[in-house]
Design a binder for this molecule. Structure first.
Ligand SMILES: [Zn+2]
Length: 81
């Protein structure tokens, strides 16, 4: 079985399939060798995004994550009591 080789788009380091982080969105394929490179990329990406649309998406996402956190807290409370 031949494993596909990817190249980190941030630092250029090569890594095999199953390692690193590969994100696909439509025809866009983002390949990162480590989470450090992911955060570096998204920090730069955020700076380039149009604030009017990126702010809304970010706020929506924060709300969603808050809900998930609340659900998790409820579940752990149930386990304790
Ligand atoms: Zn990298």
């Amino acid at each position: 079985m031949v494993k596909q080789e990817y190249e980190c788009i941030v630092c250029g380091k090569k890594f095999n399939e199953g390692q690193g982080i590969v994100l696909t969105k439509g025809s866009l394929k983002l390949t990162f060798h480590s989470s450090k490179c992911v955060s570096k990329f998204f920090k730069l990406y955020l700076e380039r995004l149009d604030e009017s649309c990126s702010e809304k998406s970010a706020r929506d996402l924060i709300k969603e994550l808050e809900k998930i956190r609340e659900e998790k807290q409820k579940q752990t409370k149930k386990v304790i009591s």
